[in-house]
Each structure stands twice: as structure tokens, then as C-alpha cells.
Design a protein around this ligand. Structure first.
Ligand code: ADP
Ligand code: CP
Length: 310
């Protein structure tokens, strides 16, 4: 059955640098076009952690050299949407043409409203950019830059990550879908903005893309949210001898597992929370968490972890 699907691409779908991204989007496009060929209506969203960090760092270095202004983080997110969207829409167009599919692909610069009083603004938590050594991290910390150890993988800069409240361009996304486009939107969680009357002011933050995707999926009345990442299924007792992969999870079970600390903060926890948000927003809505190359099998109910409000 044809479904309206929001497909959130994780870091492994895009790679960590320019060369990796160019290569990764080709594989990613193949998996996405499989779903388009099955007749589903698709909205693609994606992360931007490595890319937004790289853009911010490049402009920071240029600002030091030319005594210029440091680029606001909201503008860095906007640039990351354009750069990643460009690579994705190009790869999707090529893959569709190779299969004789003629469908327009559109990347939408998308703003996401956040609350200026969100406590996340005083506690930066979203890792961005490349991994740093401990001495590089200590140097940045001494300059007042927020830096954290990221899940045993090294040190990274961290920025505020407020919760998405509204997708400003949601009507444009709906119009694109109704006109038969494949829409790429809320890239990097969307450009964070704060409403000041009619003016939307850019905020210094990077929104979690899984949360923004869940809010978007709710607003455009999607049937299914698919969160693609580096694991085929969600586990309890992850990486322990008694690890257990889950085929399905109810919202109540997810709540219980969160209380038991089953999902790592900054990796699986926001995915499960975003899934709970979407799956409980209306009857029949489901979230699937799986690998990019398993998306089609996942929709057919053969793999992945399904989260539904049972
Ligand atoms: N309970 C869990 N079950 C499965 N994976 C988990 C769990 N807890 C943490 N993880 C880790 O979370 C990762 C996904 O988060 P992350 O790498 O941040 O996602 P993204 O694909 O969006 O970049 C998985 O690859 C896995 O290593
Ligand atoms: N914005 C965002 O969530 O990016 P990552 O998925 O790359 O962390």
C-alpha cells in the first residue's frame, strides 16, 4: 500500500567529509529510489553534525584571518541544508533517470521554530564537527568553547539543541508532495529560529534531526516515520552479553526502557523519544528504526524495530 513516509537519514548515509558524502549519497539514493519505485510518497530529512561543524570552523578561521564576523550558527545550518541537499537531489535525480523514473526533486530551505526559553540554550549538548584529541579539546575549553566527550569516540564541540516547536515551511512541504515532488527538508534539524512578532530571528543552535523529522511527520500527516541509522534494530542491554534486539516496542515499553537507561543519550535516546512523539500523535502512526539498506524490507515488516502506540 502506498504510504506517505518521512525518511530521516543518519550520519552513515552522508559520511563525514566532502569525499565521503559524494560517495555515500550514491548508495543512499539507490535505497531511496527503491522506495519511490514502490510508489511511496517520500520526504527526505537528514543530519548535519559533521558538515555544520566543518562550515562553522571554516568561517571562524576566515574571520580570524580577515578580522571579519563569525558566521551565526543558524546561517551555518542554512548552508549545510544547501550543500547536503544539492548532493542528495543530484544523486536522486541521476538514480531515478537511470531507472526511467521522472519525478522532480526539491530541496527546501526550512526554518524550525524553537522556544527562546528552552533550557537547552543554557546546556549545550549537540556534538558537531570532527573528533578532537584531549589536548585540542582542552585548548578550546580554555578559550570558553563548549566541548564534550562523545560516547567514547573522542571529543567534540557541543552546541545548544532546543526542541522543535513548529515547522515554518510545512505548507510548502505539503504543496511539493501534492505536486508529485520528492521533498528534501528540515535538513540538519532545520534552521533554528525564534519568533519576534512577524520576524524570525536565527538562534545559535543545531536541532536534533530525528526530533524535527518527527514533528514534521506529525504536521504533514505522514503514515510512517523511518529513522535510518547504523544499526538494523534497537536493542535493550545494548553491547552487553544479554543484548536483545527488538522487533517491536510499544510507547509504554519505550517509556519503561528509557527509565531503565537502555538508550544512550545523544545517540539512540533522541531517536526513541522522537519515535514515541510521532507514534503517539494519532492512531495508526508508526515509526521504524533500521539500516538504510534495509528500509524496503523494514516497510514490508521483515526487519527493523517498529514503535507503535499499542
Ligand atoms: N539501545 C541501543 N540499541 C541500538 N543502538 C544503540 C543503542 N544505544 C546506543 N546505540 C547506538 O546508537 C547509534 C545511533 O545513533 P547515532 O550514531 O547518533 O545516529 P545517526 O545515524 O543519526 O548519526 C547506533 O549506531 C548504536 O551504536
Ligand atoms: N542535526 C542533527 O541531528 O545532525 P546529526 O544527526 O548529524 O547529529
Amino acid at each position: 500500500m502506498k504510504k506517505r513516509i518521512v525518511l530521516a537519514l543518519g550520519g552513515n548515509a552522508l559520511g563525514e567529509d566532502l569525499a565521503q558524502q559524494m560517495h555515500a549519497v550514491k548508495t543512499t539514493a539507490k535505497a531511496i529510489v527503491d522506495l519511490i519505485a514502490e510508489g511511496h510518497e517520500l520526504v527526505i530529512t537528514h543530519g548535519n553534525g559533521p558538515q555544520v561543524g566543518m562550515i562553522h570552523q571554516a568561517f571562524e578561521a576566515a574571520a580570524v584571518q580577515h578580522h571579519g564576523q563569525v558566521l551565526p550558527m543558524s546561517v551555518c545550518v542554512a548552508l549545510s541544508q544547501g550543500y547536503i541537499g544539492y548532493d542528495l537531489q543530484n544523486a536522486l535525480r541521476e538514480e531515478m533517470l537511470n531507472r526511467g523514473i521522472h519525478k522532480p526533486v526539491t530541496t527546501l530551505v526550512t526554518q524550525v521554530q524553537v522556544d527562546k526559553h528552552d533550557p537547552a540554550f543554557i546546556e549545550p549538548s549537540k556534538p558537531i564537527g570532527s573528533f578532537l584529541s584531549k589536548s585540542e579539546a582542552e585548548k578550546l575549553m580554555s578559550q570558553g568553547v563548549a566541548v564534550r566527550e562523545d560516547s567514547g569516540r573522542g571529543w567534540r564541540r557541543v552546541v545548544a539543541s532546543p526542541k522543535p516547536k513548529d515547522i515554518i515551511e510545512k505548507e510548502s512541504v505539503k504543496a511539493l508532495l501534492e505536486a508529485g515532488h520528492v521533498a528534501i527538508t528540515v535538513g540538519g534539524g532545520g534552521i533554528p529560529v525564534i519568533a519576534q512578532g512577524n520576524h524570525l530571528k536565527g538562534a545559535s543552535a543545531v536541532i536534533d534531526k530525528d526530533w524535527a523529522s518527527a514533528v514534521l511527520a506529525e504536521m504533514i500527516c505522514a503514515d510512517l516515520l523511518i529513522i535510518l541509522t547504523a544499526v538494523e534494530k534497537v536493542a535493550i542491554n545494548f553491547n552487553r552479553p544479554d543484548q536483545q534486539w527488538l522487533d517491536a516496542m510499544s510507547v509504554d515499553e519505550a517509556k519503561r526502557y528509557i527509565k531503565e537507561d537502555q538508550f544512550a543519550k545523544g545517540s539512540m535516546l533522541p531517536k526513541v523519544e522522537a519515535a514515541m512523539h510521532f507514534s503517539s500523535s494519532a492512531p495508526g502512526r508508526e515509526t521504524l528504526i533500521t539500516l538504510l539498506e534495509k528500509a524496503s524490507e523494514g516497510i514490508a515488516g521483515k526487519t527493523g524495530t517498529r514503535l507503535r502506540n499499542m
